[in-house]
Design a protein around this ligand. Structure first.
Ligand code: ADP
Length: 637
């Protein structure tokens, strides 16, 4: 059944962006933005509620101060009408005379002093001042024509004249209250009271209150800040400007507009106004924002505007915004720290679990491997046992084989042995028969010679059988032999022959322990050295070299002489039993055959090489341990 792979396909490496990198790149600006946004929001909320609180307290203050202004104005409302009660005033208006004028002047002066007004004066129906409280002053209104004044025009029509203006005589501002004086239902003149309202301004200044009063034309007539005085709070059109100029209400003041730098309507009757800062009062700021609240004053077309600085509120809001931002940053950092710690703990836990899992896995693998090792160890032990058994079997087989080989060799040799023994036996038979006859004849010398010959023949037969017995003996094929000792023993055995032989012996062999029985090695060496002595017998300078070394874990001993060598026909039969080229009784022809068999029985070999001069026999044997060479050359003996 064909199944789709459940693994999600991996994105190409170039498109992989590590989430950690994204976090590191975007988190700080995000936190910064969050902190700024929250700080700004806190600032706005604080500002909003601050303005709300401020406008509530401002409304209360506005009400309080509006009432104060209203009471200040209303205090003088009825003062002009009081003059109707004074007969001298009415008489003066009806029939002016210097005496009456003086009398009224004095009356007005006294009234003005008591009422603490600025001036009280009386105008006739043409607008000329007939009497005034300041008649003594140099800038007295006496005789002045004030018919152009709006308050006169209102009052002459029977309406109350309310007017704020600047005096044309004194150039002093004031609040004018005018009242048409009636006599028998007819207006015969106008009484005017001029009041100064600067005390209000002084009170505001003392109370550090920022406020102003604007009149019906929008001109600021009272202000805690003198720089705002006689400025218009709204734009004046050309017609109005001209009319005001003609009425000289504000004398020749330019009536500039009080233009705020910024104006925002917050709620009904509440605005935020920003003005340039008054450099003489506030050098710290270039502009000042106010919460502006206004209210119309009762019985007048005037408005009182209260200005509450927003700077403290803004500073407070900014502080709160900053506080929230800092708190937010702190909380964010705490959250990040907590999250990082949580991740570290999670990573540690995961690492611990992974370590535990790896440990468990390792222990499981170790147990598995131990089981495998134990099993393979058992197998190895079984194999070793089998190998040992096989070796034992092999060794036994080899022993059997060697023995069989020996027996086979003896079998091979048996014909030759029979031949070799038959000859001396036949000779013995003949010689013994002859000896009996010689003894019967009394030829004792001849009999004696025959008996010696018989003795020699018996010796020879004994040697043949001794050699064969030694060869056929079982069990000592695998002994140990020290080469140097074997050489020494062989030379000792041949000492008799060496004495009569001027042989130069060159021993240059590495001594070693070889895997062959000591006596057998001596036997081989006696045979080889003995043959060398025979071969070099005719040499004027006979020499023998014994050279040996370890080669490929086998010991290779070369027994070389400079004798007569071996001809090619003889080489073919060298290792055959009873092959000898030696004359008479000298050779048995068993030396090389037996030596080769003994070497083979020890797991080695014997071979011959034929240099131009002499012969080399190479005996190869298993080596057990080798030592440094001991080169020595012995002088001819
Ligand atoms: P034997 O010494 O009794 O003759 P061997 O088996 O020892 O019997 O030697 C067989 C023959 O090999 C010798 O008769 C001789 O001809 C020849 N031979 C052995 N060694 C040498 C040698 N070193 N130099 C020349 N001929 C040798």
């Amino acid at each position: 059944m064909k199944c789709d792979s459940p693994l999600p396909r991996a994105a190409p490496p170039s498109l992989i962006v590590k989430p950690r990198l994204i976090r590191q790149l975007f988190l700080p600006p995000l936190i910064l933005i969050l902190v700024i946004v929250l700080g700004y929001a806190a600032y706005r909320v604080s500002e909003h509620y601050g303005i709300q609180t401020l406008s509530e307290s401002g409304a209360r203050q506005l009400e309080l101060h509006a009432r104060t202004v209203e009471s200040e104005i209303s205090k003088y409302t009825y003062l002009p009408s009081i003059l109707e009660l004074e007969d001298s005033v009415s008489e003066l208006l009806r029939e002016p005379s210097p005496e009456l004028q003086n009398q009224v002047n004095g009356y007005l002066e006294g009234l003005n002093r008591r009422s603490r007004s600025r001036a009280i004066y009386v105008l006739d129906t043409t607008g000329r001042v007939l009497a005034t409280s300041n008649w003594r002053d140099s800038d007295s209104y006496q005789g002045e024509d004030l018919s152009f004044r709006a308050y006169f025009q209102d009052a002459i029509r029977g309406q109350p004249g309310r007017f704020y203006g600047i005096g044309t005589t004194t150039g002093e501002s004031g609040y004018y209250l005018a009242h048409g004086l009636e006599d028998k239902g007819r207006i015969i003149g106008v009484a005017v009271v001029k009041v100064r309202l600067e005390t209000l301004e002084e009170r505001w200044q003392r109370a550090r209150l920022e406020a102003f009063v604007s009149d019906e034309n929008g001109i600021i007539i009272l202000s805690s800040d003198p720089t705002r005085r006689l400025k218009s709070v709204r734009p004046l059109n050309e017609g109005l400007k001209e009319r005001l100029a003609r009425s000289l209400q504000y004398y020749w003041w330019p009536l500039n507009e009080l233009v705020p730098l910024e104006r925002h309507t917050l709620t009904e009757g509440v605005e935020e106004l920003t003005f340039p800062a008054n450099a003489s009062v506030d050098q710290e700021h270039t502009q000042v924002s106010y919460l502006a609240q206004n209210r119309q004053l009762a019985d007048t077309p005037w408005h009182l505007t209260l200005l509450t600085p927003l700077e403290d509120l803004r500073r407070e809001a900014a502080n709160q915004g900053m506080l929230v931002a800092v708190a937010c940053a702190l909380v964010t950092f705490l959250l990040i720290a907590w999250n990082e710690r949580r991740k570290v703990i999670a990573t540690r836990l995961a690492a611990r679990e992974a370590l535990q899992a790896a440990n468990d896995e390792l222990e499981r693998k170790i147990a598995e491997r131990t089981d495998h090792l134990r099993a393979s160890n058992e197998r190895l032990k079984a194999q070793i046992r089998e190998r040992r058994q096989a070796e034992e079997t092999l060794r036994k087989a080899q022993d059997e084989l060697v023995q069989a080989g020996k027996l086979a060799a003896i079998g091979q040799m048996s014909t030759s042995i029979a031949h070799e023994l038959n000859q001396p036996l036949a000779a013995l038979r003949t010689l013994s028969g002859n000896t009996v006859r010689f003894l019967e004849r009394g030829a004792l010398d001849t009999a004696s010679t025959n008996l010696r010959t018989i003795n020699d023949l018996v010796d020879r037969m004994g040697r043949i059988t001794a050699s064969l017995r030694a060869f056929a003996r079982r069990g000592e094929d695998k002994g140990q032999a020290q080469l140097s000792k074997a050489v020494e023993a062989a030379l000792q055995l041949l000492a008799g022959r060496l004495e009569n032989h001027s042989l130069a012996l060159h021993s240059n062999f590495v001594d070693a322990t070889l895997g062959i029985d000591q006596t057998r090695l001596e036997q081989i060496l006696v045979n080889l050295i003995g043959n060398a002595l025979d071969a070099t017998q005719a040499q004027p300078l006979p020499e023998l070299w014994l050279e040996g070394q370890v080669l490929d874990e086998r010991y290779r001993l070369c027994v070389r002489d400079n004798g007569h060598g071996i001809d090619s026909e003889a080489r073919k039969h060298l290792f055959e039993p009873f092959f000898t080229t030696k004359p008479g009784e000298q050779g048995l022809g068993l030396g090389l055959t037996l030596s080769a068999s003994l070497a083979a029985a020890a797991g080695g070999s014997l071979s011959a090489e034929h240099p131009d001069n002499g012969t080399v026999f190479i005996l190869s044997l298993p080596v057990i341990a080798g030592t440094a060479p001991e080169p020595r050359t012995e002088a001819p003996t």
